[in-house]
Design a protein around this ligand. Sequence first.
Ligand code: ADP
Ligand code: MG
Length: 707
Amino acid sequence: MPNDPQAQNNPFAMPQGARKSSLDAPVTSLSRVGPKLAQKLARLGLNKVSDLLFHLPLRYEDRTQLTAIGALSPDARATICGHIQLAEIITARRRSLLVRVSDDTGHIDLCFFHFSNAQKDGLKSGVRIFCHGATRRGRYGLEIIHPEYQLLGPREAVPLETHLNPVYPTTEGLSQPVLRRLCAQALRHANAGQLDDWLGGTATALALPSLLEALHLAHEPTPTQDTHALLAGTHRAIKRLALEELVAHHLSHQAIRTSLDARQAPVLPVSNTLTERLTEAFTFPLTGAQSRVAAEIADDLSRPRPMYRLVQGDVGSGKTVVAALAIAQAVAEGHQAAVMAPTELLAEQHWRNLFAWFDPLNIRVVPLGGRQGAKQKRDVLAALASGEAGVAVGTHALFQDNVQFCSLALAVIDEQHRFGVHQRLALLSKSGGESDSPHQLIMTATPIPRTLAMTACAHLDVSSIDELPPGRQPVDTAVVPDRRRDVLVQRVAKACADGQQAYWVCPLVDESEALEAQAAEDTANALAEALPDLRIGLVHGRIKSAERDAIMSTFRDGGLDLLVATTVIEVGVDVPNAALMIIENAERMGLAQLHQLRGRVGRGVRKSHCVLLYHPPLSRQARARLQVMRETNDGFAIAAKDLQLRGPGEVLGTRQTGEVSLRIADLARDEDLVEDALSIADTLAPDAATALIQRWVGTAIGYGEVG
Ligand code: ADP
Ligand code: MG
């Protein structure tokens, strides 16, 4: 690659002139850490000494106070001090060493199943002992199995801790005492002035502790600290650390963007006859939001550096139209465009739309998918390589190595959250022409939480289509138990007698497409029996796409009254006369899916209705979901609620969140830090920025994967 950004300002390299801190050294620089121990630490992601600082406790144990032995209760952690009354080996069932300890208030047994001779010799009657462990009811009263202990001289002070003891997440073969010792060592390096606090003054202004203070609070809080807040991440110490981590991730994505900006993309003039002809072909005027976003994209495309733009817009907001305009701008100059969808069905739908728009303009639009025959695929590949085809539409099949473009100028990616960032960036290498990189347009109906936007999408510009085409009416939604199914069947009869059309959506069957198809067929038969006067059609995933298309078109043209369907109609049908939708077993579906499905009605002039049938009893989550559907039609509100109910990991797919491997910050919890993190990132000196990226992100996001 002629413009290798790796050679230039690589922000993942150490800043020039930065001091060498002992915290940047590998863990093996710590005393008694050899390659074996280092390997175990690496399993926890602990490679550098500083990583230990950000490895936070799972919980805390209080060893700051003694409990009188007589006051102990079972199943609690206790710290005690007393004298050994007797010590003997018991051989009943399992050989063990029993050590009875007493103070003025009572006695308790310590029990060891594994012990060395030296240990046994030390634990003699009359010796003073200090120990900590978990109590339980034993055969002769309370006992502690394998306590941590220390023998004390007669006058020696009891070595009580002054702070709470951390218990860390660990891995097999790595004991708490070892991990505790290492974290404490790392803290000592930090105490010794090895830790740069790049957020210093800003954090103080936000009433947050210094970095060093925050680390002490997190690793070794005093008993008066609010440990619940520490563990829940609401404590200002954790907020301080999370803030820094968010800043670091944001900076790393800005750095990625800087390197991407060094690439060349084809310059595509804004005004061209193809865009004009396409606009004339639309049967409707663009909404204000569509025009604004289309103009932003058009401007990006006219520049020599690649566009990376994310377009968010609710279901039905008209993202496809905006994408089509961008495609026109790309192919007008003789370049090509590729549209990638997450499923075959969505790809088919896009292909059909784009074919209808571009074929009359003499632009060849070709599908590329897994279901294609070998001959057709060869033909499509040849047309893309020669440049004869202007637009390719497909699934991830577009990524495959045998797909060669003549001159790819624009990649449109629908529903990006189902694709990994890396997968998307792989398209960059496909341009084929003279430029380094095609422009990228990413479309999503799921609003990205702001924490995720700043940590995973900060290299993207964002546009919002925040307006629906005119005439869309909110859909009235009712939630009804399935014992009232018969009433709904009559309601369908009445609506259809009035000249309306309706959808009946059959339940999800997780186990197999075949079972789901069977269930849909059963439903269709039952409805046909109950409603003999209606013309009923059936579509499901097992029906061949050509046949399915034919049924859908018949429905669209008014040749069917009722369409019984599985969730395959989630996408792709636009029938304004359909104003009633019944969804069976709605309690099994997720919010995003329900919203998509319901988006199929409410497209005409008539008031539309959606009935969510459920099978009682409802779980709390399901009840909350159905409640949201009844209360709002706003896709952003629904998505926000979805995030709240399920958490971002679930909503966005594990791959996406897997890429943002945050150690301390939490995408759902830390939204309140976003504003401050952004302004801090803007004001940091370049050296500080580089050092922060090093500290928190390191080489986790490597340049190789971007290029
Ligand atoms: P999205 O992908 O954002 O969910 P689509 O692009 O599929 O939405 O558009 C949904 C429907 O709205 C399509 O039938 C489309 O033709 C129609 N549509 C798009 N823009 C407009 C507009 N400005 N006025 C009227 N209808 C529109
Ligand atoms: Mg769409």
